[in-house]
Design a protein around this ligand. Structure first.
Ligand SMILES: Cc1ncc(COP(=O)(O)O)c(C=O)c1O
Length: 421
């Protein structure tokens, strides 16, 4: 493993204004810090272009160009084949609820949808609600030994009535990367489509929807260095088949507008350009001189190296303690893990440990992280659930060392709270 970071961390951290406020942010899977460039795009839109699109006047055309620029940036970010394959929405939850609604006329009584027990509720609940219309929901369970989703288990669930398989790219608890291309091929070979929740993946690795061959792919910009907003990729032909969610005169061919009722939020969509600008700059710093897409890939290659260093530093500390259970793979074999790391300490309340960290200005989280079915399935809901440290590339080894030193102090009783019985 490389032992030095290829990133210029001073540059990286200078791009996130929130990082200079004295906090260590270890709750990035809850929400990352926003890029200066993303903020600037929001301001630029609101100050210079803040009118409705579709007018004949110059400012309205400039606003429409900004929205098109945003979709084009998102197209590069995920490697879609055209900007119209990008649907903006307020959150991943809302986009998946919209997708389920827009799919309704394609589904008949007795059709089947498969979801996984390891998904965030956002990619289960919307599909579960379709049971009201006669759709059957099946659960793809996790192998409790290996904590993996096994294709053999999926095979036994699929039938000729299976229309859709919904799966997370990375669980926001386990942190390991699911083999999405392999799953997509498996699902397609059996005549179904795949819908991927990539919220816990997109901040860490280059998304390539063409290489993954996914049908629908959704993630939140507020966890990928932008504001509270989200985007969904869909294969163009599949988006054409979806029902309109907008006015009746937005026909099936109005892609993606028919899936963005009331219009997207222009300024937040425009922030995507700032995210892509940043990744482009990182790619250039890594020596890439090719296309924007190549620069994004080079940026994430460098980000991965930095994240591997962080992952190993924290995992090796947790492994060294005999009172700690890591929830997920305890090693980062073949870079298969992102630095989203959940764990528990014997006989300790997750809430108490987390609250003790508040006093250290270390922001982290405890609970089930809305992946409640997984927490229940793994029997991890007592004692406040799990603690989670979720890092991204702007975090540093020094921050981890400060955290582990604080944890040592707290666990040895220095924080002055009683052990849970
Ligand atoms: C894996 C995962 N999926 C989906 C979501 C929901 O995203 P949003 O808040 O944009 O609806 C989250 C949020 O924590 C998440 O971690």
């Amino acid at each position: 493993m490389t032992t030095t970071s290829p990133l210029d961390l001073d540059y990286v951290r200078s791009q996130f204004p929130g990082l200079s406020r004295g906090w260590t942010y270890f709750d990035n899977a809850g929400g990352s810090q926003i890029l200066k460039g993303a903020l600037e795009r929001i301001n630029t839109f609101l100050i210079e272009k803040n009118v409705q699109i579709g007018g004949s006047y110059e400012v309205s055309q400039s606003a429409a160009s900004a929205l098109h620029e945003a979709r084009t940036a998102a197209m590069h970010l995920v490697n879609a084949s055209r900007p119209e394959e990008i649907v903006f929405g307020s959150s991943t939850t809302a986009l998946l609820q919209n997708l389920a609604r827009a799919m309704q006329s394609q589904l008949s009584v007795g059709d089947e949808i498969i979801v996984t027990v390891s998904d965030h509720e956002s990619n289960i609940g919307p599909w579960d609600r379709l049971r009201e219309g006669g759709v059957t929901l099946k659960f793809w369970l996790l192998n409790k030994e290996s904590l993996t989703l096994d294709l053999a288990d999926l095979a036994s669930l699929m039938s000729e009535r299976t229309k859709l398989v919904c799966v997370t790219h990375v669980s926001n608890i386990l942190g390991s990367i699911n083999p999405v291309r392999e799953i997509a091929d498996f699902v397609h070979a059996r005549g179904a489509k795949i819908c991927v929740d990539a919220v816990a993946y997109a901040p860490h690795r280059a998304v390539d929807v063409q290489a993954f061959n996914v049908d629908y792919y959704v993630f939140s910009l507020y966890k990928t260095y932008g504001p509270h907003y989200a985007l969904m990729y869909g294969k163009y032909d599949l988006l054409l088949e979806l029902d309109t969610l907008y006015h009746y005169f937005y026909g099936k061919d109005k892609v993606p507008g028919k899936l963005e009722p009331g219009n997207p939020n222009y300024e937040l969509a425009y922030s995507t350009c700032g995210i892509v600008d940043y990744l482009t700059a990182l790619g250039e710093q890594a020596g890439e001189t090719g296309t924007v897409r190549r620069k994004i890939e080079a940026a994430f290659a460098a980000i991965t190296v930095q994240e591997n260093l962080l992952t190993e530093r924290l995992l090796s500390y947790l492994r060294s303690r005999n009172d700690c259970r890591i929830v997920g793979q305890s090693a980062n074999h073949e870079e298969s893990r992102v630095p989203t790391i959940a764990f528990r300490f014997d006989g300790r309340e997750a809430r108490e440990l987390c609250k003790a960290m508040d006093g250290e200005n270390i922001a982290m989280r405890f609970g089930d992280f809305h992946s409640r079915r997984l927490a229940e399935y793994l029997e991890l809901i007592d004692h406040g659930g799990m603690l989670r440290v979720s890092m991204v590339h702007y975090n540093t080894l020094e921050e981890i060392d400060r955290f582990t030193a604080a944890l040592d102090r707290i666990l040895s009783g220095g924080a002055g709270f009683a052990k849970a019985s």
